[in-house]
Design a protein around this ligand. Sequence first.
Ligand code: GLN
Length: 305
Amino acid sequence: MESILKNAIKNNRNWVELGQVASYIPELAKGNRDALGACIFDTDCNIVLAGDYETRFTIQSVCKVITLICALIDNGKENVFLKVGMEPSADPFNSLAKLETRESHKPLNPFINAGAIVSTSLVSGDNGIEKFNRIHSMIKKMTDNDDIDVDYSVYRSEKLTGNTNRAIAYYLKGANIIERNVEDILDTYFKICSIEVTVKDVAKMASVIANNGIAPWSNEQIIPEEVNRITKSIMTTCGLYDSSGEFCVNVGTPAKSGVGGCIMSVVPNRMGIAVIGPSLDQHGNSIAGTKVLEELSRELKLSIF
Ligand code: GLN
């Protein structure tokens, strides 16, 4: 496994040159375009690391998986999907277009920004701090890492420049999809996106989902089985925004990407995989990271289809 992972990194490094680091959040533009690293954490707790695995990055949209898990646990499936859909979107992750044209005004799914803002609003807590603490502790539990914290310079940068997300959230408030204080919900969303992690943390989170919600290191059921099943389904159909179909064909695992350059991939009953490569393609997904996952899928026969 170690040599397969090392080769996948080596063989796909050149792809970083064809992408770009996200710059719409100014602080993310400081990311190292050339970094490429990965971690596999399997359901027997074996760990393999390769490439620039020590790179620290912000979790960005990968946090939408954890937010959805918390929203489902706290509200139940029916109440969550009353406010957010479960259909893939062919639009960019931060698009507002479909909100107005859909009769219900419901965001298409929980993994586009609009849908993640809705799930954030549904997480338990009377205010932004309580909601943040709820998601933050779930992330600490799923990574088995108590030191997980926010990168405050990315958080400030997101908060200062996140006007599209602000427009989305106020639209949703106007349409009665989200309740309570909009700025509070946005603040939680920006803070959760700015949580700093490594590929080891993300691979461990993925291993819990791969292991039917049970932490491989403690056998604790962290995520109820039904919530875990729903999460894997939405990851499969919506995890890579408007290139989820292509990813399904070429990799074939439930996954979630973020503009920090991470992709989290879940191989049911086998392993969690995380890659980091801040150089992104036109959809906002790690360009070399996707190629690494394609090679791993071919070599280790990971597709669920
Ligand atoms: N924080 C980012 C945003 O809201 C997350 C988007 C992403 O990773 N695709 O724009």
